[in-house]
Design a protein around this ligand. Structure first.
Ligand code: AMP
Ligand code: GLY
Length: 422
């Protein structure tokens, strides 16, 4: 089989390595991929959002199955276009990807179907939003409606910060048209859990839970990033919490999408907060998370391509989705200065014997050498019988990898370890 994977980050590298385990796979193309992915797939210089070229490429290269991994091509309708031209795909169509593409849509969906989430108001007018903020409870959370490269959420700790957020999103258009509408919502407290789930619209099969570390620096200090590391499973996702989530969140969400004529097929990501009133949805993503995928897929014992095809065919009920009873830890190595300003072009050395545990995100090939080309450069993932063991092994991998201007958090998994000891 010829497989096409759209995207070019650490998440896509993890998906590609897992798909490669299937013996029927003869060739994998990554569009655009990256310098590190090039070890595992043929990278083709086509942007993940150039849907016309992606479809043309699929035809010219006899693609049997496509996986569309990032949010923007999904929201733009890459799956619709590939399917219309006869290529079966993993990922939701645009009318279902809107669950991530529009926060106003997802909040209204949760309200209509009684799915627990933070209380909220929607505004399309900055003055009305400012007026509301005069008496809103503080802290408050302000979210741009559309995709904003993961930066469209502002937690305002003071009223002034809240006014500034509205000004920046709605008046200065910090995120362009994504900020034409905003959601202002209740500030929730509690540990966060990420749950990625396979769904074909009939059944939902959650993957092993995980915990992201979004801030740039140790002890959750510094700016929000795309994610500096992950562990799986998440200790806060107990069996009781999992049962409540299935009954009150997961099934109601896929039923709601069906009722709206927007059947979701693919990986639905539930960003949850475990509040004192129970689990609530912080956000939905219409795709695998990054870097959650880099700890979840290494623990998957079932064949990924088989599960993906069952999702596409609507036969997920009959397909086993099994995870190892182990722990995983992924430490992201970034370029110093990320997420603001950083240098690129440094040579990366990864010893051959550990390259299978490394998921490359921001690297390019220059003069046949692998060099840094992005903020998040790569993730090193290790498994262990215990979380301690997984963490120690992941940092052991990090010590063997070198590039100029490298930096990483030293405390990935510390919060989860403390939770086990609570
Ligand atoms: P998002 O970009 O939607 O993943 O949001 C980024 C982060 O903002 C989340 O991971 C949470 O830590 C935080 N966040 C979002 N919404 C809320 C909320 N209503 N209350 C508290 N924190 C929130
Ligand atoms: N790690 C969070 C995300 O993928 O959106």
């Amino acid at each position: 089989m010829n497989i096409l994977v759209v995207g070019g980050g650490g998440r896509e590298h993890a998906i590609i390595k897992k798909i490669k385990e299937n013996k029927n796979v003869s060739k994998i193309y990554a569009l655009p991929g990256n310098g590190g992915i090039a070890r595992d797939a043929e990278c083709v210089d086509i942007s993940a959002t150039d849907i016309k070229k992606i479809v043309e490429f699929a035809h010219a290269n006899n693609i049997d199955y496509a996986v569309v991994a990032p949010d923007d091509p999904l929201v733009l309708g890459a799956v619709d276009a590939l399917e219309a031209s006869g290529v079966p795909c993993f990922g939701p169509r645009a009318n279902a990807a809107i669950i991530e593409g529009s926060k106003v849509f997802s909040k209204e969906l949760m309200k209509k179907y009684n799915i627990p989430t933070a209380a909220f108001e929607v505004f399309n007018d900055a003055e009305a939003a400012m007026e509301y903020l005069k008496t809103a409870p503080i802290p408050t959370v302000i979210k741009a409606d559309g995709l904003a490269l993961g930066k469209g959420v502002i937690i305002a700790l003071t009223r002034e910060e809240a006014y500034d957020a509205v000004k920046s999103i709605m008046q200065d258009k910090a995120f362009g048209k994504s900020g034409d509408n905003i959601v202002i919502e209740e500030f929730l407290e509690g540990p966060e859990v990420s749950v990625l789930a396979f769904t074909d619209g009939n059944v939902v099969k959650p993957m092993i839970s995980s915990m992201d570390h979004k801030r740039a620096l140790d002890n959750d200090k510094g700016l929000n990033t795309g994610g500096m590391g992950t562990v799986a499973p998440n200790p806060y996702y107990t069996e009781d919490v999992a049962n409540v989530c299935m009954e009150k969140i997961f099934l109601p969400t896929i039923n709601a999408m069906n009722a709206e004529g927007r059947t979701f097929k693919g990986c639905l990501y539930f960003g949850l907060m475990i509040t004192k009133d129970g689990p609530k949805v912080i956000e939905y993503n219409c795709r695998f998370g990054d870097p959650e995928t880099q700890v979840v897929l290494p623990l998957l014992e079932s064949d990924l391509l088989t599960v993906m095809q069952a999702v596409t065919n609507g036969t997920l009920a009959d397909c086993e989705v099994k995870f190892a009873d182990k722990h995983a830890c992924c430490v992201i190595m970034a370029s110093k200065g990320y997420p603001v300003k950083y240098e690129k072009g440094y040579e990366i050395t990864i010893p051959d014997e550990i390259s299978n545990s490394v998921y490359v995100a921001g690297a390019a090939i220059k003069d046949s050498k692998l060099v840094t080309s992005g903020g998040r450069v790569l993730g090193a993932t290790a498994l262990g019988e215990s979380l301690d063991e997984a963490i120690a092994s992941a940092y052991g991998l990090v010590e063997k990898i070198h590039f100029g201007s490298a930096f990483y958090r030293r405390d990935i998994g510390a919060k989860a370890l403390a939770a086990y000891k609570e």
